[in-house]
Unconditional design. Structure first.
Length: 371
């Protein structure tokens, strides 16, 4: 079945073309790798996994309750609009919300795959090219996984959100080699990682939990890669160059906080214009979403600080957004925790399979004994 059959709003039928800018760079230095970067590359190779094997696709998902979370996570919960809805419409609200969210993850993963392929081309040194090549493969596996989840389990998809698209476009159409890193590895990945994290931690359903935890395990390496490359490079920028990057970060953060909020799901549920506005106002007011939006910055803010884009101007912008205190988060601790959670899920599944196998063996022996 074509994904176009699943889109609630018709998506562009042909490809979306972003003009490429800047050079593809070859290097003839094959020997001068940085140890830390090569260690990350090795880890990238060692930790590849196959979603057809690692994920238990036999698990059922209720498309009307994808994550198994309480309705208090829905922006319009307990508003007059919610009370006016019948149960069938509320079911659709739950399904469309999840379809929108996972669709943006899917399109974001394709964006990440294209951006990392771009980094392979444009970054000057070989060890970074090697690493970005493993990331390209990681992102392909992530896109494959989310696509399958939407296709087989949710049965509904949304086209890419226009603001996410705008951010991807400004990231990809810039000829400076560091901009795909900054836009993709720091901003979009940071945002996605935080969103995956919230959902991984609140979902009560095993399939989305596996998917989110396994994808996050890879994403931790991607963020580490962006930090490593940019920290070195940004240490030597001129004042004007640094200012341009900071402007890009500030603008991108406001855009992600204020614009990426899924207005299209409400428009698509057959609500009147006034009701869509009502839903968006509820989105602004919702305590849960306020918390969610600030959590979205938990990975971006410490990363921006770490790569040295930490002028008073940027700090003021974060203070204004109410997320400055996120700078104190330890990225290392968060990423270590991501690894552990994925390992624990593996261990639990492995134990379950072991028990099943043992039961089968016992059954076979019993059968043998009774014959
Ligand atoms: Fe990814
Ligand atoms: Fe990634």
């Amino acid at each position: 079945m074509s994904t176009h059959d699943l889109y609630t709003i018709p998506a562009e039928l042909s490809t979306w073309n972003v003009e490429m800018a800047g050079a593809s760079r070859f290097t003839w230095e094959y020997d001068d790798g940085r140890d830390r970067m090569l260690a990350l590359y090795q880890k990238g190779k060692d930790k590849q996994w196959d979603s057809t094997k690692r994920i238990d696709w036999d698990l059922d998902v209720d498309p009307y309750d994808v994550l198994g979370v309480p309705d208090t996570t829905i922006a319009i919960y307990d508003t007059p609009l919610w009370h006016r809805m019948d149960e069938q419409t509320r079911k659709e609200v739950r399904r469309h919300g999840a379809a929108w969210q996972f669709s943006q993850f899917l399109h974001g993963e394709q964006g990440a795959m294209i951006c990392s392929a771009r980094i392979v081309e444009s970054v000057p040194d070989l060890d970074s090219k090697f690493y970005a090549a493993t990331q390209t493969m990681d992102e392909a596996r992530h896109a494959e996984t989310y696509a399958r989840f939407l296709q087989e389990k949710v049965g509904l998809a949304y086209p890419i959100n226009e603001h996410l698209k705008a951010l991807l476009e400004s990231t990809l159409s810039d000829s400076r080699w560091d901009m795909p890193y900054l836009g993709m590895q720091v901003l979009i990945e940071g945002l996605a990682l935080a969103a995956f994290g919230v959902m991984r931690d609140i979902t009560t359903k095993p399939l989305p939990k596996q998917i989110l935890a396994y994808v996050m395990q890879d994403e931790a390496r991607h963020v580490a890669f962006g930090r490593m490359a940019l920290r070195d490079y940004y240490a030597n920028l001129s004042e004007a160059e640094r200012r341009e990057r900071e402007d890009f970060v500030i603008e991108g953060c406001y855009l992600m906080r204020d614009r990426l909020r899924g207005r299209e799901t409400w428009e698509n549920l057959g609500l009147s214009r006034a009701e869509v506005d009502e839903a968006m106002e509820a989105t602004d007011r919702s305590e849960y979403l306020r918390l969610f939006r600030s959590l979205l910055f938990s990975r971006i803010v410490p990363c921006v600080k770490d790569i040295g884009l930490w002028s008073p101007r940027l700090q003021e912008a974060y203070a204004e957004m109410g997320v400055l205190e996120m700078a104190g988060q330890s990225l290392e601790a968060l990423m270590k925790q991501d690894e552990e959670i994925a390992d624990r899920i593996d261990a639990a599944r492995f134990a379950e399979e072991e028990a099943e196998r043992a039961a089968e063996v016992a059954e076979t022996i019993a059968l043998g004994g009774s014959s």
